[in-house]
Design a protein around this ligand. Structure first.
Ligand code: ADP
Ligand code: MG
Length: 247
């Protein structure tokens, strides 16, 4: 396909594990600034799709273009550098370090405007930490040891660590699992703020949460796309009710 305005274009993507197609000829197009939610029953291939986009799993066939650049042959760190950040289900923060330090160490090395000029570089990193801490609602917890944060705050910190790298596409796998009702609300607000400057893909099961954040919903089933569109449209789709929402 020729160049497009899509930030992400996934075409004819397939991955087989010992002959089993976990992703089966899938096409997905994401706009800049779009927040897409992917839903579907367990085993539908949602996590595998993110694994393929971030390079953790290699495609058997098909194409993944990010800003018109092919990603399928790139190593994981090059995909990160291209601007794709991915949050896994279990948080991987440094529990014994402060919130500030966790954010600081996530700033990409060698990318600062001031390069080797130490003190100015420090200022640049500090400003970024402050900006991200504000975004994730942890400005007043900067000196706290991260292990002492609530479960929800740890999840936000990990999102913050990804934001330190300014990804143009952020992918989150079940970010509100285990969160309180209040933390879920705050996470919805956070994701809506985040997608003002970048594209976001979220995998989630909680339908109240999905309807609050999704621009569009993609429903997966058996490695394929079953339905796609507005929340209202997919919720009313008999196929979706049959394989997913009806249970
Ligand atoms: P979901 O996230 O939608 O619940 P997954 O993407 O985790 O589903 O899994 C889709 C299917 O692919 C499942 O049947 C799972 O067992 C299988 N699968 C995922 N990763 C691997 C792997 N590395 N090797 C073999 N099978 C896998
Ligand atoms: Mg999964």
């Amino acid at each position: 396909m020729s160049n497009t305005d899509f930030v992400l274009a996934v075409e004819d993507l397939t991955v087989s594990f010992d002959g089993f197609k976990a992703i089966d000829n899938l096409n997905l197009y994401l706009d800049r600034g779009e927040l897409r939610v992917v839903i579907g029953p367990n085993g539908a291939g949602k996590t595998t799709l993110l694994d393929l986009i971030c390079g953790k799993t290699r495609a058997s066939a098909g194409s993944i273009k990010f800003k018109n650049q092919e990603m399928t042959s790139l190593p994981e760190h090059m995909i990160v550098r291209a601007g794709i950040g991915r949050k896994f289900q279990t948080p991987s923060i440094y529990e014994n370090l402060s919130v500030f330090k966790n954010l600081e160490v996530s700033f990409p090395r060698g990318r600062g405007v001031f390069g080797a000029l130490g003190f100015k570089c420090d200022d640049e990193v500090r400003n970024k930490v402050m900006e991200v801490a504000e975004m994730i609602g942890l400005s007043d917890r900067l000196e706290l040891e991260s292990g002492l944060l609530s479960h929800g705050q740890k999840q936000w910190l990990e999102i913050g660590m990804l934001l330190m790298q300014d990804p143009e596409l952020l992918m989150l796998d079940e970010p509100i699992a285990g969160m309180s009702a209040r933390e879920r609300e705050l996470t919805a607000d956070l994701l809506l703020r985040i997608c003002k400057n970048r594209s976001v893909i979220v995998i989630e099961h909680d339908m109240a949460f999905v309807s609050r954040i999704a621009h569009k919903v993609t429903v997966m089933h058996q490695g394929k796309i079953l339905a796609e569109g507005s929340m209202e449209k997919v919720q009313a789709d008999p196929k979706v009710i049959d394989v997913y929402l009806g249970h």
